[in-house]
Ligand binder design. Structure first.
Ligand code: FPP
Length: 224
């Protein structure tokens, strides 16, 4: 959800106003996802590197997470959205941790849209965590393969992303789903996240539909 800060700056507003506008947009994108028949949506809300931002901004983002759960959980549940969290909860305020866990528990049987929220998430951290867990579980070297690693990641049970959308024109991976994105298609748009509306979303999905996914092989039309 990149570009919130620049969106706010353009309007002479504080960065947090951009994050609030970004949160409003998230609601639109969730609704559109259900409409478009998207089954899995993952949003990158707070990275392990975002702790390095000014204290005011970090605290503001934590407050937004809390407010969103307070305000939107009932509606999300009613709409059949299952909430998942990827990342480490430990460093968050205990009251927020509890809210996140309660939201996950409440929505665990929903299946219209599986919404994974990456909060205090880093792709490298996720891999480190998975290796630690494997060692603790006594996994043998010969048992380690792609499928096992996937099962040890925060995203266990969620398919690898088909499409990753990055707003605000940045051409970086930024530690997002680095294992899972091995064969994901990327869509980069200069639009700032608060302005990435349903029509932009549709354009991204249409662009995806035109891609020829080869997974390192050859497409049917070029095989013979
Ligand atoms: C990136 O834009 C955005 C973030 C680091 C925060 C996004 C978080 C929210 C919208 C809060 C909502 C969270 C939940 C779970 C509801 P940026 O600040 O890097 O923008 P810039 O690149 O223009 O400075």
């Amino acid at each position: 959800m990149d570009g919130n800060g620049r969106w706010a700056l353009q309007r002479g507003l504080p960065r947090l106003a951009g994050h609030r506008a970004g949160t409003e947009n998230l609601r639109r994108i969730i609704t559109a996802s259900v409409e478009f028949g998207i089954k899995y949506l993952t949003i990158y809300a707070f990275s392990t590197e975002n702790w390095g931002r000014p204290r005011e901004e970090v605290e503001g983002l934590m407050r937004i997470l809390e407010d969103v759960i307070d305000r939107e959980l009932g509606e999300l549940h009613k709409e059949g959205v299952q909430l998942r969290h990827i990342g480490r909860l430990e460093r968050l305020d205990p009251a927020i941790q509890e809210k996140v866990l309660a939201a996950i528990d409440l929505t665990r049987n929903n299946n219209r849209l599986i919404l994974s929220v990456a909060f205090n998430y880093g792709g490298r951290d996720e891999i480190v965590c998975a290796i630690q867990k494997m060692i603790r579980d006594g996994v043998k070297a010969e048992e380690v393969n792609d499928e096992l690693v996937s099962r040890y990641l925060f995203t266990a049970g969620v398919p690898d992303p088909d499409l990753i959308i990055r707003t605000s024109g940045e051409l970086r991976v930024s530690n997002f789903l680095i294992w899972q994105a091995a064969y994901s298609e990327w869509y980069i748009t200069p639009t700032y996240w608060p302005d990435f509306d349903k029509e932009e979303y549709r354009k991204a999905l249409e662009a995806y539909a035109r891609r020829d996914r080869r997974y390192g092989g050859l497409s049917d039309s070029t095989k013979d």
